[in-house]
Design a binder for this molecule. Structure first.
Ligand code: 6PG
Length: 229
């Protein structure tokens, strides 16, 4: 099934979607890829399954698509999510490039942009907010217009109401694969707007497609409810 420039993979339930995403993560790991991890709650199960499928991530490097400006041990930290669900479960961890959320947003963004350099990601794992944001690119935000910088500071568009650091559309769309993982009925409207309707600044995920590679959206049936077969 295809949406607007997106290969849609609809799975029966959230567990099957998590496993499908884990398999794609592991393919990128085994190819020695540079992988940008997403945050929030959806990817947790996929991280756990990926660690079971492939305990050695030594060939890969782990990056983040965005981070909340909180310390790495904070329950809201995207790094903490990945550390608990993935990194601490690996026999051989990847090179880890954490966004330093403990710093002020502008400083953390500048530092990460330096670290990321011109690196082209092999896989960018993306979530989808119920109102259509992805990474920390929020509806109508000025960050959507950034065409030069690869990492910027961002103001939150929904909870947690903390400053953010986010990769920009140029950085994310340069990825060889953009992989959305979307589950739950609460995401059905956003999924339709992101993957099946005209791109719009009101729905940042509708603006994100891999410019030269693949864009894939893995959804469970609930999130795919409004996407035609
Ligand atoms: C973040 C994420 C964000 C997330 C969506 C979906 O920092 O919050 O990067 O883009 O993917 O908000 O979050 P859930 O998976 O919790 O629904």
């Amino acid at each position: 099934m295809t949406g607007r420039g997106v290969e849609l993979v609809v799975c029966a339930n959230a567990e099957a979607a998590a496993r499908a995403a884990a398999e794609r993560l592991v393919d990128a790991v085994r190819a020695g890829g540079a992988i940008a991890l997403s945050g929030g709650s959806t990817p947790r199960r996929s991280f756990e399954l990926a660690a079971q499928l492939e305990p050695s991530w030594a060939k890969a490097s782990a990056w983040w698509g965005d981070e909340r400006c909180v310390p790495p041990h904070d329950a809201r930290s995207n790094y903490r999510l990945a550390r608990e669900a993935l990194l601490d479960r690996l026999a051989r961890p990847p090179e880890v490039h954490r966004i330093r959320g403990e710093l002020p947003a502008e400083e953390a963004a500048a530092a990460y942009e330096e670290e990321l350099g011109e690196l082209r990601l092999d896989l960018a794992l993306m979530g989808l907010g119920p109102e259509g944001h992805t990474a920390s690119l929020f509806p109508g935000a000025p960050t959507l217009d950034e065409r030069v910088r690869r990492v910027v500071a961002a103001k939150p568009g929904l909870e947690p109401w903390v400053d953010r650091v986010t990769l920009t559309l140029p950085a994310l769309s340069a990825s060889r694969e953009v992989l959305f993982l979307v589950t739950g009925e609460a995401k059905a409207d956003a999924a339709r707007r992101a993957f099946a309707e005209e791109p719009t600044r009101d729905v940042p995920a509708s603006l994100l497609r891999s410019s030269e590679g693949r864009t894939v959206a893995i959804l469970d049936a609930a999130a795919a409810r409004d996407l035609s077969g």
